[in-house]
Write a protein that binds this ligand. Structure first.
Ligand SMILES: [Zn+2]
Ligand SMILES: [Zn+2]
Length: 270
């Protein structure tokens, strides 16, 4: 803005200077003033005082002046020289004005280019910062995604492991249940046989009856923890049926073999 103001001031001053030169040329070409400045011409009439060319001035001068013709010719030549000189000055001033205007335009164009370049550089820097931030965010999200995928894979593996373990425990429980059913069936048969033997009062069968009664007492022995409740909890993996329903969840190791408990199965004795 300062440059534009300076250029405007320069243009206005140059325009004023050129106007003054043109006014000076007009005044110089005016016959009345010219004759007054020369100092040897008498005042002219109203018709002769109107603005006119140098040729008109010469005509008026030749009609009114009483001086010799040689001197009049010198004055005319002097006026022509001054007029041409002033015209040359005006042309020089116009050329200078054009040069200044061209220089100011070039400088303005250069400043505009620099300003545009600075704006573009600032915009580019801001966009590059945003781009870097976006790339860092994308990289961070990618790492987080990778970590989550790894976590999902680990959980899938763990899930499969737990599923296999559950299937194994289920198979073990089924096998134990089948064994227990077989054992209970054998016990029932033994009780029936013992009853039959008691009825027959056979000497050879007394020993078997006592053995079956011992098995029943062994089976119905009390809980190994509280020595009160009926054993109904089967411990894994040792498969000892030695705890009642109240003591089963409370212990961490089998009271018979001291094996660490990994699971338990409640046995329905009815
Ligand atoms: Zn108990
Ligand atoms: Zn045990």
């Amino acid at each position: 803005m300062a440059v534009e103001a300076h250029n405007l001031h320069l243009f206005s001053s140059q325009h004023l200077l050129r106007s003054r030169f043109q006014l000076l040329i007009t005044i110089w070409n005016q016959p009345s003033l010219h004759t007054m400045q020369m100092g040897f011409l008498s005042p002219v009439s109203g018709a002769a005082a109107a603005p006119g060319s140098v040729l008109g001035f010469n005509n008026v001068a030749s009609a009114a002046v009483l001086a010799p013709r040689k001197r009049l010719r010198q004055v005319s030549l002097l006026g022509d020289d001054m007029s041409s000189h002033l015209q040359q000055q005006v042309l020089d001033i116009d050329r200078l004005i054009l040069q200044h205007a061209e220089r100011a335009r070039a400088e303005l164009t250069e400043r505009r280019k620099r300003f545009t370049t600075q704006i573009l550089a600032a915009l580019e820097e801001g966009m590059s910062k945003r781009l870097r931030a976006s790339q860092e965010e994308v990289a961070r999200l990618g790492k987080m995604n990778w970590a989550l995928e790894e976590r999902i894979k680990s959980l899938c593996v763990e899930n499969q492991m737990w599923r296999d373990m559950a299937q194994s425990n289920e198979a073990t429980a089924n096998a134990l249940r089948a064994n227990l059913e077989q054992f209970l069936a054998a016990q029932a048969r033994a009780e029936e046989e013992a009853a039959t033997a008691d009825d027959a009062e056979s000497c050879c069968c007394v020993g078997d009856g006592e053995e079956e009664a011992g098995v029943r007492r062994e089976w119905r022995r009390a809980c190994r923890s509280c020595h009160d409740g009926e054993p109904s909890v089967l411990l894994l993996p040792c498969r000892h049926l030695c705890l009642c329903a109240a003591c089963g969840p409370a212990v961490d190791a089998c009271p018979v073999c001291q094996c660490s408990k990994s699971g338990s199965v409640c046995i329905n004795m009815s």
